[in-house]
Design a protein around this ligand. Structure first.
Ligand code: GDP
Ligand code: MG
Length: 162
């Protein structure tokens, strides 16, 4: 069976941009407006000769209501069906209360988690991304999903976690 990698995180942290970067084409919907991805969407991906399925999810929020609550529930379902979770954090913002709540949700899921410090567009921001060690998920992998910086190293870490 092809391993499944779920991409999870708060709205607007760059999950869909990262999925596009990983699948090598523009298919996941990227928006400046938070919460645009409405569902779980799966794509075929390939890295270092290994196939996997990557699942884009909508923004996870702790106190989500109504539509947002359904979107968060879909993200949680994606975690339960994944072999590995890519947990995406906006390194420019740093760890928020919702990020910490998401970490607790991921712990309950019991799946291996690779921590992505996204929006690290340059070397200076890379140093700041070290603050995300505080989430207790191990090494933050600095990435610029928008520009591609660090995405190869991230994918190596994902394959190592499968
Ligand atoms: P999602 O809600 O987590 O799926 O986030 P999106 O992928 O839709 O991205 C939200 C916004 O963040 C968009 O305006 C993206 O262009 C921007 N973005 C995503 N990744 C990066 C990045 O690596 N660097 C910068 N500067 N912006 C990014
Ligand atoms: Mg999205």
């Amino acid at each position: 069976p092809v391993p499944v990698v779920a991409v999870v995180g708060r709205p607007n942290v760059g999950k869909s941009t990262l999925v596009n970067r990983i699948i090598g084409r523009r298919q996941a919907v990227v928006e400046d407006v938070p919460g645009v991805t409405r569902d779980r969407v799966a794509y075929d991906a390939l890295w270092s000769g290994r196939k996997f399925t990557i699942v884009d999810t909508g923004g996870w929020e702790r106190d989500a209501r109504d539509r947002a609550k359904a979107i968060a529930a879909q993200a949680e379902a994606a975690v339960l069906t994944a072999d590995v979770v890519l947990f995406v954090v906006d390194a420019r913002v740093g760890a928020t209360d919702d990020d910490e709540a998401a970490v607790r949700m991921l712990r309950r899921g019991g799946k291996p988690v690779v921590l992505v410090a996204n929006k690290v567009d340059n070397a200076r921001q890379e140093a700041e991304s070290a603050h995300l060690w505080s989430l207790g998920l191990g090494e933050p992998h600095p990435v610029s999903a928008l520009h591609g910086r660090g995405s190869g190293d991230l994918l190596d870490a994902v394959l190592a976690a499968i």
